[in-house]
Design a protein around this ligand. Structure first.
Ligand code: GLN
Length: 308
């Protein structure tokens, strides 16, 4: 497979697309991003990194951070995490509160906002938010092998000023003792993790451990093989909110999206892929990012449902 030619074709095809979605505006700072951009990066299991389009432009990783936060939380408390967060797709929007009442403050999965807020509470572990935020940033830098990755403070402040729904979710779960630290500290930590800024190149590199059965490509282990497989399973079943089924149907690769327009997709044993385009479809997932991954899966045969 000539991945360089494929990337060129994908970039050209995306430039021709007219339905490019709408940039998220509920976080005012994200609304300023130019919708015309598209980037892609593929890190392969044999150590290559191929990029195209705006692969060097930084963007807000937003909910993609939930993958890294989950990895850290499982490292801290192990399978006890599953006493506080479920593992089922929600079938609801990423910021929905409805199931929390039916399910006594236990979020459906760690990739919807409610679940990620519980994960942020676990990662706080009695510390001040700056300790947890520093740990998260160090972890992502280590995964990507890049110390230039930073947090965009304007985006964090913008969401802190407007994140009423997340405040509602956190307060609701605090009432069930499923958020255990003060809500403002948990959300401060959560908003900063969402405001991590990366480009496609850095994001694909950061995802390599998930295609390598939990190994860090430079040596050592990030997580056990079974944990890597489980995180990939959650990405496939829950990574695109109420559009997770459609993403599995169209693309067939575990993926996690964010409202900044990025998607991290993992092809076990083969590749970690980052795509980014800020325009979102109605489920809050990158419109062009999804189309690009659909084209990539078709051309490579990398759907996890295809024989190797
Ligand atoms: N920070 C965003 C929020 O909590 C993340 C949502 C997302 O990327 N889907 O609303």
């Amino acid at each position: 497979m000539d991945l360089t030619a494929l990337i060129d074709d994908i970039v050209a095809a995306m430039a021709r697309e007219t339905e490019r979605g709408t940039v998220a505006s509920y976080i005012p700072e994200l609304a300023k991003v130019d919708a015309g951009q598209f980037g892609v990066a593929i890190a392969t299991a044999d150590g290559r990194l191929l990029t195209g389009g705006d692969a060097d432009t930084g963007f807000s990783i937003q909910s993609i951070s939930k993958v890294f936060a989950l990895t850290l939380a499982l490292g801290k408390v192990g399978d006890q995490l599953w006493d506080r967060v479920g593992r089922e797709p929600s079938g609801n929007a990423f910021n929905s509160i409805v199931q929390l009442e039916q399910e006594h403050g236990i979020p459906r999965n760690p990739f919807i906002n409610a679940g990620a807020i519980v994960v942020a509470d676990v990662n706080l572990g009695g510390h001040q938010p700056r300790v947890a935020i520093g740990e998260m940033l160090r972890f992502v830098r280590y995964l990507a092998g890049d110390d230039a990755i930073r947090i965009n403070e304007e985006v964090a402040a913008s969401e802190t000023a407007t994140g009423y729904r997340n405040m509602a979710l956190a307060n609701y779960m605090r009432a069930f003792n499923n958020v255990r630290h003060p809500v403002d500290l948990v959300l401060g930590s959560y908003f900063h993790q969402c405001a991590i800024e990366m480009n496609c190149r850095q994001l694909a590199l950061a995802g390599r451990y998930l295609m390598l059965d939990g190994r860090h490509p430079e040596g050592g282990r990030v997580v056990s093989p079974s944990r890597a497989r489980r995180i990939n399973a959650l990405m496939l079943t829950c990574g695109h909110y109420d559009a997770s089924g459609d993403f599995a149907f169209r693309v067939g690769i575990p993926g996690k999206s964010g409202v900044g327009g990025g998607i991290l997709a993992i092809v076990p044993g083969r590749a970690a892929i980052a795509v980014w385009s800020p325009g979102l479809n109605t489920s809050g997932n990158s419109a062009l990012g999804t189309k690009a991954l659909e084209m990539l899966a078709r051309r490579t045969g990398w759907s996890v449902f295809s024989p190797p």
